[in-house]
Design a protein around this ligand. Sequence first.
Ligand code: SP5
Ligand code: ZN
Length: 360
Amino acid sequence: MRAGEPRRVPVVWSPETRRHDPRNEVWVGVATIGTETAARVDAILVALRAAGHDLVEATPQPADALLAVHDAELVEHLRTAAERWAAGPYAELVGQERVVPYLFPTPAMTAGLPARPAVAIHADAGRFAYDTMTLVGPGTWEAARAAADCAVQAAGLVTDGAPLAYALCRPPGHHATPSGFGGSCYLNNAALAAHTLRAGGAARVGIVDLDAHQGNGTAAIFYDRADVCYGSVHVDPGAGWFPHVVGYADETGTGPGEGATRNLPLAEGTGDEAWLAAVADLADWVADCDALVVSLGVDAAKDDPESPLQVTADGYREAGRLLRATGLPAVVVQEGGYHLPTLGGLVAAYLAGHARGGPR
Ligand code: SP5
Ligand code: ZN
């Protein structure tokens, strides 16, 4: 390989990930058109194939990996919710084929009472779903499971010696917490990749989250752990953006994990220069880890409908170079990115930066 020629990267993907169709997301009580669509998979595949990367179809991975980062009850809910909904009267009654939570049994409702799981699925769904945008329908479980398989398999390639692997995860994962799902995410693919790298012998794993939104799920999974560091650059939740209630700079971890979480919130309208300064800061911060997971959301891009950041494709390419310069073996996990005309090019630009040929 000539120096400067991009390295070919294994792209782990699965046709099963197309099976989740959000159709509508209920947002502020209105059924809006979902932006986290199956067409995202094909937009990314086409661009990465054209860039000469190696497509690898995922095979089912051991299911117990899921339980390393999620509660068994959440996994069981996701696995069965669509069947439970289909067995109910919802399609005939209201024409709704997707599981939409009707109430949320948070402490505001249960208020210290000995609450138990609701029998009706429309009430039980709110025990796990923390928003109304992230609906479960036919195929959602199969797609989420396949996305998790992509992440685990890509991490396995890195454990086995690949310097870099990309997991085409869809639906995305970084908003999925140990016990809940939301933000278009069901299973936390990046956390599963980090867990797989740890199990494969990496003593400390760094996660750098480039998605426009703070990955509250990943942050929560590792908040009290010192062996997996989580750093994120994202639009300031204090300016009114998802995930709204967490992602502030003073959240730095707890207990043994104190200092192992970093949040770098940015103002609306932030472009390449300040965004890349934050990425460089996170790259330095994780450089003494043994392996890296990149949560590659490309929704910080200027044309993206879901965020007000203004990053360019050149910015993403430079972010790839900055993370490559850590010298760490890396698993890149797809998160958000919703502007179909530019989506594939943004992902390809990042990978071109991270995969540059020549000695690492
Ligand atoms: C993985 C990821 O990027 N999740 C995004 C979570 C934030 N979504 C917030 C959506 C707010 C409503 N958007 C309305 C757009 C109308 N379609
Ligand atoms: Zn996002």
